[in-house]
Design a protein around this ligand. Sequence first.
Ligand code: CP3
Length: 341
Amino acid sequence: MTVKPLLQVLGGETLSTPPVWLMRQAGRYLPEYRQVRAKQRDFIAFCLDPEAAAEVTLQPIRRYGFDASIVFADILLIPHGLGQKVWFEPGEGPRLEPVTPADLPRLSVERAREALAPVSETLRLVRAALPAHTALIGFAGSPWTVATYMIEGGGSKDRFKARALAWSDPGGFDALMDLIADASIAYLADQVRAGADVVKLFDSWADGLPDPLFDRVVIRPTRRIVDGLRAQGVSAPVIGFPRGAGPQAVRYAQQTGVTALALDHGMDTDWARQVLPDSLPVQGQLDPAVLRAGGAALDGEIDRLLCAWAGRPYVFNLGHGIHLDTPPEHVERLMARVRGA
Ligand code: CP3
């Protein structure tokens, strides 16, 4: 069997040239993505069209030869599958008809599993087309991040409404988190059965939470997902991305059961190296803005990270998603530098 560098590193090996892929590597910075996107009127329908989704998943692999491919989908497919109304306003981002704990009885884990079956089909198509050494990543949003969209009705600056609900109605709120977690377990297990080698949990809004809430809404539901996957016999590595968690990321790494920790660019590199166990696989933390900037600044940051994480199991990546204004040539430059060409 061909070795996949990403799986070697997630298994605890240190490679002299780290595997590399980029968060949100399929997307609008690529002209070939914009071409496919222009023919799709509805973003959710696009995500659930296996042929189109497989095509855009493969585009960045063909162009750059990344070590991993991440299935083209979205974290908001779970609310859609559960039965919530989700749509994308052009130029504005996601919109959802807000839910409260009173809506729980009409949200269904079974319906989500059925509605999201096309994502497994995308994974099968991608798997069949990928080079043997390229790992395939499935993903879901973490329950807290998904819940913030469900409760707020879209993106929000400080997730105030979601935090207030978590404090005022802990029973109802935790039941919503469990529902999202259970739908995610079924969805991720299906993704692994369809060919995903690895799964990633995106907790994009894990910042700004007081300790008791961090434990309740980030750690506990993440642990539930990891345990749920293991209970179903899914042994695939899990990458956790508690964006903006700061020092709380240490507890996250110790207590959630994730295999690897994805770090954002705001995390203090030297501190993280000291407090995280040497054996814990780490991924990140290039600033998407320096990739946008390019040039000597980009080279310098790549070198800093390669040097800082040398000698540890490390996956080269951004600290958050690629920005849509990023010139595709900057990604080429990044690949050449990381691969030492
Ligand atoms: O290569 C890939 O990573 C593509 C798959 C992918 C998408 N979204 C496609 C997408 C992944 C892994 C995501 C994750 C995602 N989606 C997150 C977590 C990661 C992060 O960036 O924090 C979040 C918070 C979302 C929710 C979401 N989806 C938002 C806020 C938006 C609008 C803002 C934006 O970036 O455009 C989306 C839309 C979206 N999801 C696009 C893509 C390529 C752009 C929509 C388009 O093409 O019209």
